[in-house]
Design a protein around this ligand. Structure first.
Ligand code: PMT
Length: 403
């Protein structure tokens, strides 16, 4: 049974093109047994008519603060007390600014001020608006007050821009809501370090060697570990992703820098999870100036040196050795190669992903993995990385507790 069964969720919808996705969100919340009531701002009603949400939620949609008929049925204070979770999806830049300022000039913002329920927002806006320092400051204010910030995702936007600011997909929002209501704190009292994203190995001031890792898998694991009660340090390669709430983030660029940060974090952690795609090699020399093209050269070669194996170094420790989990990104003989890495790197557990599979692995929102340790293997069905992260953290916590 879903942890959302019988939960009272007030879904706030503010003005934005992503409002159409919230119709699907209502459907998915209802499918999991949640009781959903919808509140729309005036801006939201310009995009989708209230009737759509009324039909899907099975409840009247609330739009006005001063509507006597609505107040007679369920007054706004009653509605604020009714909610166990207020989820605003999409949350526009304007709505976030109003929440950060503590304004109450319409029904939705008034409810947020009047309610003691957990408040979660799913930001959705143009990438420049999301990156604007004013929005960043509002996000920080809301985060500090305990508001859950779910997303945004990055990618192509309705306006034609590309970048962060897309609302998380309904599936991902449902996964966040489910984990919020999931009672178990599998990792309470534990400290977890996670590496995520790629590393960049500089050739000169403008060029580098790297890979397509987006950090989605590692960030999802850090968020899931934090929700499971752990104190989490996230060592992030160069990716443009918001830090999961409550997680300590250390930004790094190259493999050597990631190794140093990982070694420091490993001194203090119980569980180390290496989800980063660390470059195996780096240029032997990094030029201080941009390397000039030699007009008479048709070929050029690069001298590379091996980077240290970060996860193997941590697994090889005699003292202060955390439970050590690696990933294996494979394109063929996935299980065989992953088992080889488990043994060679002396890991406690390895998570094998077939990165050649469609809609899986690098930069995808989804993944398909098999968890392998010395006692056997367990294949998890393809799912969103946010959902897989929950399952993986639960599984890791289980192994740690029976160690
Ligand atoms: O970031 P995303 O876009 O969400 O994609 C997720 C992912 C595909 C990157 C992730 O799920 C994943 O598979 N990460 C490991 C990628 C990788 O580099 O695999 P590998 O087989 O080369 O390395 C095996 C393990 O050793 C990994 O845990 C890796 O972090 C670690 N390693 C590798 C090299 C190195 N020098 N140091 C390391 O610690």
């Amino acid at each position: 049974m879903s942890s959302l069964a019988d939960k009272r969720i007030l879904l706030g919808i503010s003005g934005g093109i992503a409002a159409y996705k919230s119709a699907d969100l209502v459907r998915r919340l209802k499918e999991r047994g949640a009781d959903v009531r919808v509140v729309m701002t005036a801006g939201a009603q310009e995009f989708v008519r209230p009737m759509t949400y009324q039909a899907l939620s099975g409840n009247p949609v609330h739009t006005d603060l001063l509507d006597p008929a609505a107040e007679a049925a369920m007054g706004h204070i009653e509605l604020a007390k009714w909610a166990e979770l207020i989820l605003i999806a999409p949350a526009s830049a304007q709505l976030m600014a109003k929440l950060a300022a503590g304004m109450a000039d319409d029904l939705l913002t008034t409810l947020c001020l009047a309610s003691e329920a957990t408040l979660a927002i799913a930001p959705a806006m143009n990438q420049a608006m999301w990156r604007h320092p004013a929005t960043a400051a509002n996000t920080e204010t809301l985060h500090t007050r305990g508001t859950r910030i779910w997303g945004p995702d990055a990618g192509s936007q309705a306006c034609g821009d590309v970048g962060p600011g897309r609302m998380l997909e309904p599936d991902a929002l449902v996964a966040e809501a489910e984990s919020l209501f999931r009672p178990q704190q599998h990792l309470a009292g534990k400290r977890v370090a996670v590496t995520a994203g790629p590393t960049r190995e500089a050739l000169d001031p403008v060029r580098f060697l790297s890979n397509h890792s987006s950090g989605k898998m590692g960030f999802a694991l850090a968020a899931a570990a934090q929700r499971a009660g752990a104190e989490v340090t996230l060592i992030a390669g160069p990716v443009n992703r918001p830090t999961p709430p409550g997680v300590k983030r250390v930004d790094v660029i190259g493999a050597l820098e990631m190794r140093d940060a990982a070694e420091r974090a490993a001194d203090l952690c119980d569980i180390f999870i290496a989800a980063a795609a660390v470059a195996d090699f780096r240029p032997e020399k990094t030029s201080g100036q941009k390397i000039k093209k030699k007009e008479d050269h048709e070929r050029e070669s690069l001298a590379l040196v091996k980077n240290p194996d970060i996860v193997a170094g941590i697994a090889a420790r005699e003292k202060l050795r955390p439970f050590t989990v690696g990933f294996a990104a494979e394109t063929e003989k996935v299980l065989e190669h992953a088992r080889g890495k488990l043994a060679r790197k002396h890991l406690d557990l390895i998570i094998a992903n077939d990165v050649s599979a469609a809609d899986s692995g690098f930069d995808s929102d989804r993944n398909a993995v098999t968890v392998i340790d010395r006692s056997g293997s367990c294949e998890l069905p393809p799912a969103l990385k946010t959902e897989l992260a929950e399952q993986l953290i639960e599984l890791i916590a289980d192994r740690v507790s029976t160690q």
